[in-house]
Design a protein around this ligand. Sequence first.
Ligand SMILES: [Fe+2]
Length: 164
Amino acid sequence: MTAPDEPAEMASPVCYASEFEDYFRPPPLAGDELVSFLNVLLESERAGARVLARWCHEAAPDAGVTAETLGAVRDDEARYCAGLTDHLRRLGAEPSHATGRFFDKAMTIAAWPDRLRFLDKGQSWVAREIREKLPRIADADLAAFLREMLDRHEHNLKLCAPPA
Ligand SMILES: [Fe+2]
């Protein structure tokens, strides 16, 4: 019989490390939390698409970015609106019809360097949100969609980088 103060036999270090990781792995995003996350992204992308639909017609020579680039980013934002809507419906949820507050704030900004800085802030926020939540997305199709959305946002952030 083993005395209570004798060390118990431990699992192998590899096994132990795996249990440790499982313990600290955040739970998958599900239910209302997942729907809310996707709807916030949808509202943000809708705001981005609407802002860029305006700004791509106002790209002055000193804008630091061409109308074509802004139009391409607008198209990406619109594509993510459609994709997020499809994923929400597939998950049995109601897609939001609201537009993020980013739109109203953006419409008050007239100078181009400030517009690019504001766009950069909004797109960086979206990228950060996806980067943080991606490890918690269990649905493979949704994870692949969000991965592509993150990569594209990182690419577009470089294309529309504001002046230093
Ligand atoms: Fe975006």
